[in-house]
Design a protein around this ligand. Sequence first.
Ligand code: CTP
Ligand code: MG
Length: 399
Amino acid sequence: MSTGSPTTPPTDLVRGVVVVAAGSGTRLGIGTAKAFVPVAGRLMLARALTPVFAMTEPTAVVVVAPDDRLDACRALVASVAGAAVTYTTVVAGGGDRHASVQAGLAALPSSVQTVLVHDAARCLTPAAQFDLVFRTVESTGDGVVPALPVTDTVKQVSGDVVVGTVDRSSLVGVQTPQGFPLAALRSAYAASTQSETDDAGVFQAAGGTVRFVPGHADAFKITTPWDLQRATAIVAERSGDVRADVRLGLGVDVHAFDASAPCRVGLLDFPGERGLAGHSDGDAVAHAVCDALLSAGGLGDIGGRFGTSDPAFAGATGDVFVRGAVRALADAGLVPSSVTVQVIGNRPRIGSRRGEMEAALSAVVGAPVAVSGTTTDGLGFTGRGEGLAAIATALVRPS
Ligand code: CTP
Ligand code: MG
């Protein structure tokens, strides 16, 4: 599997999925790119990708992300993908969904014959929908959309006057993933002159036939704060009484300063600051987070699990350990809910980069990470500027 690096894709992949996640979430109104908003403690994009990576057929996956979130998106993809049999790449989206889909289609390996296009915002779509749409495209050669009957009475209006009732028996509401023969969808996009609201619209405008299969109520699109609440309630219902099963973990790490090493703290580089000594990159914040996650799962600690003197981890960056902890949790049927970490030391000052550090750590953990900082009033090894300490807590729950 590739984790977004431009390595050569395998030449035998015939299935591809494009997940569009580059929208800004204006109507949700949280001020964060929508795909990176937590839904019941797990980032929307992590939830959206879980069924994609659960597919048993080898599949090429392209994630289309906001252009200022590419690194965070790559980290998140690597965490969620685990051992899935996929080729995965992350590309920057465009100004509207149409442009983002085009960017995703362009990044698929040339061996792909059937593609599904999926909205990250439909993050609770069950895995079976992906299989159903793939199989229907492959057996018919047509475009395929999941659709549900319209249940409300639909009226035609003019201004504030109701003009008439539309016969709803011939109406459906469509969802994603929408599936197509790739070559035909690429040509349809290349030929499209007007922006359609879905891929089937583009495909049909170019003369393609589109069929529908049954959609699923959980595949609704999170658009408004109300949708987010509904999604949260569905997740709680799926996992039973979540609170009863939440487990708490604690992690502490300390590294001495080493002026000859580059400074990496909380997965960020701090140019011009003294680095931290260690067999790996000495990122005490990432290591404390890793230990908190492992301890929440009762899975031991970073030294025992990753071997602090193992040559495989010489110079390893902090994300390697955090990702390893997330995978160990997944193997144990657990998933992070939230993490907090406090950085204790005089330097580097993290205040101005706290948001950036939270985003970088959250992307790897797949759940919100809150970062804070403190000094020790000149006391102790941190006060004397000899080293940096970090203390983290983690909540995990059954996946
Ligand atoms: N999308 C995208 N690139 C864009 C716009 C949208 O990849 N330039 C994606 C979104 O990330 C989402 C899907 O298309 O997964 C459906 O879009 P929508 O629900 O409208 O999401 P946003 O555009 O983020 O929301 P809003 O319109 O409220 O800003
Ligand atoms: Mg939009």
